[in-house]
Design a protein around this ligand. Structure first.
Ligand code: EPZ
Length: 429
């Protein structure tokens, strides 16, 4: 298992470039299933989940090239032949976002077999709303032996009202609707920038979509979609993570090639904590002398404070003077980082979905365990201010969604090194 060794105490100084958004790239790669033509996606992040998605598409018969040379960070996908429209459990169990192929597969081929994703560290992660929407569009869905099978002659436009706001649910059904017969109206949709990015790609392929980014999306189905070349949005969560890194280390850091408009709630909260943030085009400069004020957060769907920034914010809150209350409204078990932070000296009490953080707590190095993607980021942030050398185990979790994070952080003064080879061990479930 690869590990990180991080020595705390260095303020981050300089600039870090943000990679493309994993959570945009994954639905956009799945959208290539909707056409026989070649699809080229640029600004693809070099992270483990993208490699998993490549394997998934290839296992179904697609041709996928993935290049990360200086000029590239690009993938070319051709789903001319989908010889085996099955998302196998061996792959789905390592990445539940594999369920994003369900909608495009049934829209393109009339048949999809997708292993049920199962839960993960942060919650049960059901896909009942994806299924409900596809059934409303005329899909006949059965479940057996851990697989979903969806069949239809051709999906029909429908009126869909999501019981809960779901990001990949909105994306999955959007991809189903673009080839359906007739009009689909989806209400209570997710408004995340990743939904808008996917919709922009689909429109460039010939889809007819109105309202992406709002809670009501209208789709007029078409018979066929053509190929496209699409550039993936910058990763707003990676950018937010680096803003917290600059703040927690008392540094002066420019986070570049990001989209500040996607980070409004995070920027506002950091400013409330006394962090200085200056937006300069597609960069945000973060400065702090280290004296941070406490502030409460309650995670909400976009444009509220993102659940994917909750763990990172909690690390910062341990260094703020006063009490911060963190309420996690989206997932039922997204406090896996709390115990690990406590082992480093943080003072955090959890009661259900509410964590109360009392700061400022001096953190000391410890051997800690990564449990999921954003919890891992939280531990990296804490380790950068802890006294001594912290060992983080199972860092393959962080490699799922952060491109070479140790190299980016080292380039601005962090003392972080990786033990073991990034590709040595297979990701456990
Ligand atoms: C997406 O997950 C992201 N993943 C997650 O990012 C992110 O945390 C989440 O949205 C919320 O913003 C990708 O985009 C690949 P949801 P998703 O469906 O779509 C419940 C990361 O760290 N729900 O919006 O799976 C669900 O249990 C990852 O990059 C149902 O009940 O999340 C949750 O409580 C982690 N039934 C809530 O809705 C359904 O059919 C929101 O989940 C679907 C969801």
């Amino acid at each position: 298992m690869e590990k990180f060794v991080i020595r705390g105490g260095n303020p981050l100084l300089g600039s870090i470039r943000v990679s493309g958004a994993k959570n945009s790239a994954l639905p956009c790669m799945a959208a290539a299933i909707l056409t026989e033509d070649e699809v080229i996606l640029e600004n693809i992040p070099q992270v483990r989940d993208i490699e998993t998605e490549r394997k998934l598409l290839v296992s179904m018969g697609a041709e996928v090239e993935l290049g990360y040379g200086r000029a590239q960070h690009r993938t070319s996908i051709s789903c001319r032949v989908l010889s085996d429209p099955v998302a196998k459990y061996e792959i789905v169990k390592t990445m539940r976002a594999s369920s994003l192929v369900l909608g495009p597969l049934i829209a393109r081929t009339g048949l999809a077999r997708v292993a049920m994703p199962g839960g993960c560290a942060i919650g049960g992660r059901p896909i009942d709303l994806h299924i409900k929407g596809l059934e409303a569009m005329g899909a006949n869905i059965t479940q057996e032996h851990g697989y979903l099978e969806a069949r239809t002659e051709r999906l029909k436009g429908a009126h869909i009202l999501f019981d809960k706001i779901t990001v990949t649910g909105t994306e999955d059904l959007l991809m189903a609707a673009v080839l359906a017969d007739g009009e689909t109206v989806m209400e209570n949709c997710a408004r995340e920038p990743e939904v808008t990015d996917l919709a922009a790609m689909l429109v460039s392929m010939g889809a007819k979509i109105e309202g992406a980014g709002s809670s009501v999306i209208r789709v007029h189905g078409v018979d066929k979609l053509h190929g496209t070349r699409h550039r993936i949005n910058p990763d707003r969560i990676e950018a937010g993570t680096f803003l917290v890194a600059g703040a927690i280390t008392g540094g002066d850091l420019r986070v570049t090639q990001c989209n500040p408009a996607h980070l409004s709630s995070v920027v506002a909260k950091l400013q409330e904590c006394g962090v200085r943030l200056d937006i300069e085009g597609d960069s945000i400069r973060v400065r702090s002398e280290g004296n941070l004020r406490s502030a409460d957060i309650s995670t909400e769907e976009y444009p509220g404070f993102p659940t994917d920034m909750q763990a990172q914010y909690m690390a910062l809150a341990t260094q703020a003077d006063g009490t911060s209350v963190v309420v996690e409204n989206i997932f039922e078990n997204r406090f896996m980082h709390v115990q690990e932070l406590a082992r480093m000296g943080a003072n955090i009490k959890v009661d259900g979905r509410t964590a109360t953080i009392r700061g400022k707590s001096p953190l000391s190095s410890a051997a800690v365990m990564c449990s999921d993607l954003r919890a891992s980021a939280s531990l990296v942030l804490a380790a950068m201010v802890a006294e001594g050398e912290t060992i983080l185990d199972r860092v393959y979790h962080i490699d799922r969604g952060y491109e070479r994070i140790e190299e980016k952080l080292r380039s601005v003064g962090a003392e972080v090194r990786r033990l073991g080879n990034i590709f040595a061990s297979k990701p456990a479930v």
